[in-house]
Design a protein around this ligand. Structure first.
Ligand SMILES: Cc1cc2nc3c(=O)[nH]c(=O)nc-3n(C[C@H](O)[C@H](O)[C@H](O)COP(=O)(O)O)c2cc1C
Length: 373
């Protein structure tokens, strides 16, 4: 049963000062996880074309810096849906942080809180909606991610809990997952007995295996149901997983507050475009509306953040890099990752001649056909 064992993978725990970029944290995810679990957190769907392209596509865009501007004082602060964040990078929803670190989602939320940014809690978190909210200061910006389940009552109950907590400022509804994509890892990851999915089931309940087998999502969830969602809550709704102008226009016409351009980190439909390549058509499609556009997928550097903002994103989100930080050192590790991105973003602003987020304009980026760098 070699596959079930932890990897014999010994990695010297480098001091935080030795880790200089986000990619430096990736190796730590390998340590302590079984091959199967490592695959769950790392893999993409099918041939992983989209997984690879999400990162590489940023190289197809080049920066056009402006010189001789006063950048001695730079402000990375911005806002999303009217809430201030210290810099335009938030944490995307990812399942089961408890497998990676004993403090699970509380650690991630506290790191987002102390860096002054937003965390989207996954519906498949190992920590409850209420416990995550209670673990961070009142002013922390939290959003809640939701899949629409076959069991609509269960979906409604989760929304009721989100509303009752009073702490989540938006619902992020995942729309690119009518059913689970084909993830490469050869065996399905299963939760250790100490963990549960408190938004969905108690430990040992049979629906847990239904989730693991990926058949609890409602494949009949359609645009018509957005109205149903609006009827359940006055919270702003962000649709996560839109990649086309057609869907973006539909979303805008149905009164959503935001669109998160995402391909689920390459875990759903392999072969779709990288998110940075999809961003412009979505931004264009909702121009003139109040819909905010965000992006996740492949963001690893401050210059990636700047490129996405120049191309019209209001903010970007990170999925895997937060997990790498969590694996490195829990809350402090996630904070390290976010701090590096913040510093790199501030540096990218300086080197392109921007002293505020508002000065990051489309002319700072040009598409380049050369991608193999
Ligand atoms: C291990 C893992 C679990 C994820 N779980 C969820 C989830 O529960 N809900 C969701 O909407 N997206 C989920 N995602 C997708 C992320 O929210 C995000 O779209 C993606 O990770 C961004 O790409 P990046 O990892 O390159 O930053 C998950 C991604 C990973 C890697």
């Amino acid at each position: 049963m070699l596959l079930q064992k932890s990897l014999v993978y010994s990695l010297r725990k480098m001091a935080q000062s030795e880790l200089v970029c986000v990619a430096d944290f990736e190796l730590y995810l390998k340590q302590g996880l079984s091959v199967v679990d490592y695959g769950y957190y790392t893999d993409g769907a099918d041939g992983e074309q989209t997984l690879r392209d999400n990162v590489k596509a940023f190289l197809r865009y080049r920066l056009r810096p402006r010189c001789l501007r006063d950048v001695s004082h730079r402000v990375t602060r911005t806002s999303i849906l009217g809430h201030n964040i210290e810099f335009p990078v938030g944490v995307s929803p990812t399942a089961s942080h408890g497998v990676i670190h004993k403090d699970g989602e509380k650690a991630t939320a506290r790191a987002a809180a102390s860096t002054g940014t937003v965390m989207i809690l996954s519906m498949f978190a190992n920590t409850s909606i209420e416990d995550v909210a209670a673990s961070v200061p009142q002013e922390t910006l939290l959003f809640m991610q939701l899949n629409i389940l076959v069991d609509r009552k269960m979906t409604e109950n989760i929304i009721k809990r989100v509303i009752a907590s009073g702490r989540y400022k938006a619902l992020v509804v995942t729309v690119d997952q009518p059913c689970s994509g084909k993830i490469q890892s050869r065996k399905k990851s299963t939760l250790p007995a100490r963990l549960s999915l408190p938004q969905l089931v108690s430990p040992g309940e049979s629906s847990l295996s239904a989730w693991i087998n990926g058949n609890i999502f409602d494949p009949a969830f359609t645009w018509a149901d957005i109205k149903w969602l609006h009827g359940l809550t006055s919270l702003p709704i962000i649709l996560k997983g839109i990649l086309t102008a057609e869907c973006a226009k539909m979303a805008a016409s149905l009164g959503v507050a935001g669109i998160l351009v995402s391909n689920h980190g390459g875990r759903q439909l392999d072969g779709v475009a990288a998110t940075i390549d999809s961003l412009s058509e979505v931004v264009e499609a909702v121009k003139g509306s109040n819909v905010e556009v965000y992006l996740d997928g492949g963001v690893r550097k401050g210059t990636d953040v700047l490129k996405a903002l120049a191309m019209g994103a209001r903010a970007v989100f990170i999925g895997r890099p937060a997990l790498w930080g969590l694996a490195y050192n829990g809350e402090a590790g996630v904070k390290n990752v976010l701090d590096i991105l913040k510093d790199e973003f501030s540096l990218a602003m300086a080197l392109t001649g921007c002293s505020s987020v508002a000065e990051i304009t489309p002319d700072l980026v040009k598409a380049s056909p050369l991608s193999n760098l």
